[in-house]
Design a protein around this ligand. Structure first.
Ligand code: MG
Length: 353
């Protein structure tokens, strides 16, 4: 959707071509922004009630909840933008618990002077992903900060989902003997954002892998796979995701580098920037810890699903060989040597989500 579509859907066109401080002031301009940008895009039953809080019909059972702030720079990158990223990120964190994502709250922090067209573009892509995933944006907030103080736009999304009965997917459910799988090749998101930021043209088109994973998770569950744990390898990439699970589940993990899928374009860009692809963020991939007897079925389900690209079995879970120390991740390299994969102190790539 473009700014023009919005204007066609609105009784009066937006008065300002850029975001003004008053758009976050709670007065007439705030209302104009809500009525002419947010309502046409997000306006479901709960939002249309125009109340201080959203009231939704909740089913019996367990609710999963998650929240995330998004500060990606630049706001638009190959394969997505900050809005798509914010919705997918929240959907995916809910999906990793086995929940069906249902409701979303969105808070925008806008910088004075942001082109209104940019905001409209971001809002439209949020609407598209949310709609496709069947998730309703039920409440939100907008604040505007002074020019030079906000880098265009920051977005915070909070999501609620419903966990089906009998589903428990969590780090402490991981067991020695579990197979470790990934749903696709790694590092596309981080490299797509970085190459855009650095103005680098890569050989081979590269788009972010940014995508919702809820459909893939429900396909696994309905396909008879009982994952012990799922994790989306976002900030810090695969290595950090594995490192966290090893510590939290108190197990050792063994990964075979040759089986970890990385595209030639990502591998080449990583070499150029001096990055390790195992630490580069994905925004549309998952790592699954599944009982050995479910591994083949899980790969089969992933292969048949559009949200999984080249699923692979990358390693296995072992008992912590030295109880008393934290669980750790060993990578068996292409050369047959072993190295420990540490969780990095900070981010290899800042501002990529
Ligand atoms: Mg996550």
């Amino acid at each position: 959707m473009t700014a023009r579509d919005f204007q066609l859907a609105c009784p009066t066109p937006l008065r300002h071509r850029t975001v003004q401080l008053a758009h976050g002031g709670g007065g007439r301009l705030s209302r104009e922004l809500i009525e002419q940008v947010f309502m046409p895009a997000f306006g479901g039953a709960a939002l249309s009630a125009r109340h201080d809080g959203a009231v939704v019909e909740a089913p019996r059972g367990r609710i999963a909840m998650t929240t995330d702030g998004y500060v990606v720079r630049p706001l638009f990158f190959p394969g997505g933008d900050i809005g798509k990223l914010a919705i997918c990120g929240t959907i995916n964190d809910l999906a990793m618990t086995g929940a069906t994502p249902r409701w979303l709250a969105v808070a925008f922090i806008l910088e004075e002077g942001l082109p209104m067209d940019d905001l409209v573009r971001v809002v439209a892509s949020m609407r598209d992903v949310a709609r496709a995933a069947g998730i309703e944006i039920v409440t939100g907030d907008t604040k505007v900060v002074d020019r030079g103080k906000g880098d265009g736009m920051f977005v915070t999304t909070t999501g609620l989902g419903v966990v089906p009965e009998g589903i428990t997917i969590e780090p402490r459910a991981v067991r020695p003997g579990d197979a470790i799988l990934v749903s696709g090749d790694l590092g596309r998101h981080g490299i797509a954002v970085l190459s855009m930021r650095e103005g680098l043209t890569l050989t081979g088109a590269l788009e972010s892998d940014c995508a919702p994973l809820d459909g893939l998770v429900s396909a696994l569950l309905s396909g008879g796979v009982v994952p012990h744990c799922l994790r989306d390898p976002t900030r810090g990439g695969l290595a950090s995701a594995l490192g966290e699970i090893a510590i939290d589940a108190d197990v050792d993990l063994e990964i075979d580098e040759r089986s970890v899928p990385v595209s030639e374009t990502v591998a080449g860009a990583c070499e150029l920037f001096g990055l390790d692809p195992l630490y580069v963020a994905c925004e549309g991939r998952l790592v699954a810890f599944v009982p050995e007897e479910h591994a083949a079925r899980a790969i089969e389900v992933m292969r048949a699903h559009p949200a999984a690209q080249v699923p692979a079995r990358i390693g296995k879970v072992l008992a912590n060989a030295d109880p008393g120390r934290a669980g750790r991740v060993t990578l068996r390299s292409r050369l047959g040597t072993n190295r420990l994969l540490d969780i990095p102190a900070g981010e290899q790539l800042p501002r990529i989500c």
